[in-house]
Design a protein around this ligand. Structure first.
Ligand SMILES: *[C@@H]1O[C@H](CO)[C@@H](O)[C@H](O)[C@H]1NC(C)=O
Ligand SMILES: *[C@@H]1O[C@H](CO)[C@@H](O)[C@H](O)[C@H]1NC(C)=O
Ligand SMILES: *[C@@H]1O[C@H](CO)[C@@H](O)[C@H](O)[C@H]1NC(C)=O
Ligand SMILES: *[C@@H]1O[C@H](CO)[C@@H](O)[C@H](O)[C@H]1NC(C)=O
Length: 310
């Protein structure tokens, strides 16, 4: 009886391990098939933000991603060495089910530390991304930034997308959670953003936590600074990262043409005033000139006191 139960416990444990691995693998597959940019063209490109700084905990599942489309081939390198790697270079292997956009290991090891590069190409174009993987002995005490949001310039009416992500590791106790949220920074104060505009993404068994802030139909009020706050357990372990949303700059030639327009208006006004002046005072000037001329012509004697004939 006791033997049977240890046997079934072992079985249960195996099934659980299998399930956990399956879930991790499914999460790994899904990473490149969800939350993609909504760009409607088929040219070669990355389909979501590429995380360039990755962390793993020794002995735990880890995957790296290079989500792309429109490519003919995708290649991976570790510290310049092309895949497949010998075991002493890296234990990460390709995941063909994700169209080779993902490499993973079930048990991260210290040999996995290093710089990974993915090269996505067609016959004429090569796109390269580098990501650095750091394998840590333990979970971190505070969130480590993996993707810092980038400043963006977005035209009125278009959509802005900001992303931030951090590595929080295994939090251990199930009731210890990590929180992530986007805020608007307005006059030095944090304001909540519309809840529907953010999406939280947890990957690698919740060891990485990220959030997309998507602002559709950007208007003048949307421009400004946004802050992403990540908290682990309690707020003592907090990470804040921020980025600016800018409107398109006023082009130099636009501002010079505005200046030229201004100049033209001034010139037109001055011309108008001059014309009015001429029109208004021309008769007076003519009269004055005539008087002067008459004086000169008629009264030389007066002027020079020449005696005239009676
Ligand atoms: C995307 O492309 C498809 C096919 O070219 C087209 O039918 C669709 O209207 C496009 N959608 C947008 C939002 O441009
Ligand atoms: C490679 O991709 C670029 C950008 O999408 C495209 O302009 C070019 O035609 C592609 N080359 C080939 C040979 O398909
Ligand atoms: C994935 O990589 C394997 C091994 O390098 C290769 O045989 C296969 O064709 C690749 N698949 C895709 C979709 O690129
Ligand atoms: C990885 O890249 C960084 C910067 O790109 C460099 O400082 C570091 O030495 C590289 N590490 C290895 C193992 O090549």
């Amino acid at each position: 009886m006791a033997k049977l139960s240890t046997k079934s416990l072992a079985m249960l444990r195996l099934v659980l391990i299998f399930l956990v691995n399956a879930v991790s693998r499914v999460a790994a597959i899904n990473h490149c098939s969800s939350h993609l940019f909504t760009v409607n063209d088929t040219s070669i490109q990355f389909t979501k933000e590429v995380v360039n700084q990755e962390y793993a905990v020794l002995g735990q599942f880890k995957s790296l991603h290079c989500c792309a489309k429109g490519y003919r081939s995708i290649e991976w390198f570790k510290n310049g060495k092309p895949y497949p790697w010998p075991g002493d270079v890296s234990t990460l292997i390709l995941y063909p089910e994700a169209l080779n956009q993902t490499i993973y290991t079930r048990h991260a090891s210290s040999v996995d530390n290093g710089n990974y590069t993915c090269v996505v190409s067609n016959e004429t174009i090569r796109l390269v991304q580098q990501m650095s993987l750091v394998v840590q002995a333990n979970s971190p005490d505070a969130p480590l930034p993996t993707y810092r949001p980038k400043d963006q310039t977005v035209e009125l009416g278009h959509t802005a997308r900001l992303y931030c992500e951090a590595f929080v590791g295994n939090l251990g106790l199930p009731d210890v959670k990590s929180d992530i949220s986007w805020h608007r920074v307005f006059e030095g104060q944090l304001e909540n953003v519309y809840e529907g505009s953010q999406q939280v993404i947890r990957r690698e068994d919740d060891q990485n936590v990220g959030a997309i802030l998507e602002l559709t139909n950007v208007n003048a009020k949307s421009y400004g600074r946004y802050l992403c706050r990540i908290e682990m357990g309690n707020s003592a372990h907090r990470l804040e990262m921020s980025a600016w949303l800018f409107g398109p700059p006023i082009k130099a030639e636009d501002s010079s043409s505005v200046f030229m327009q201004f100049l033209a208006i001034i010139l037109a006004c001055m011309t108008f005033i001059v014309i009015i002046m001429i029109y208004r005072y021309a008769p007076v000037w003519r009269q004055m000139n005539q008087k002067k001329n008459n004086q000169c012509r008629l009264d030389p004697a007066d002027k020079y006191n020449i005696p005239t004939r009676p």
